[in-house]
Write a protein that binds this ligand. Sequence first.
Ligand SMILES: [Zn+2]
Length: 167
Amino acid sequence: MLFIPAPRWYNIPEVMIYMDTKDIILQLRTKNGLSQEELAAKAYVTRQAVSRWETGETVPNTETLKLLSTLFDVSINTLLGSPRQLVCQCCGMPLDDSSISREPDGSFNEEYCKWCYTGGKFVYTSLEELTDFLVGHMSNEKFPPEQARAYLGELLPKLNHWSRDRK
Ligand SMILES: [Zn+2]
């Protein structure tokens, strides 16, 4: 994974609470007032399958994770215990469930932040446009525009959204 030193305006949670998928599913289920049977019905699995997730015997498959993500309105990364620090592949901002973009149908798109990808469309059409925008927001007395520009010039082209375009 790419290591990105984040400038101050990026909002990173200070303490990352690490949890296992089993604890997360149990917590989400109880928080939503569902019994194992009820969750099983909504996820199209057996009650035994839910029980096995919650004891940590098994982890839901990809399709079921997507379903649970929609059902509980949390990202798949969160369901898996946040094994990765997601980073917007357009602007480099670290992501959490409140800043992850969504598809027009409401499902999470864990590649991008909600400011770069909105309503199924990318907000910035070029690297230059994004750079200008970010420089305007990042720079201050301690982080002058030239420095911000150099920082972004190094960071942004490495992100998938821009490196894909520039093969
Ligand atoms: Zn972004």
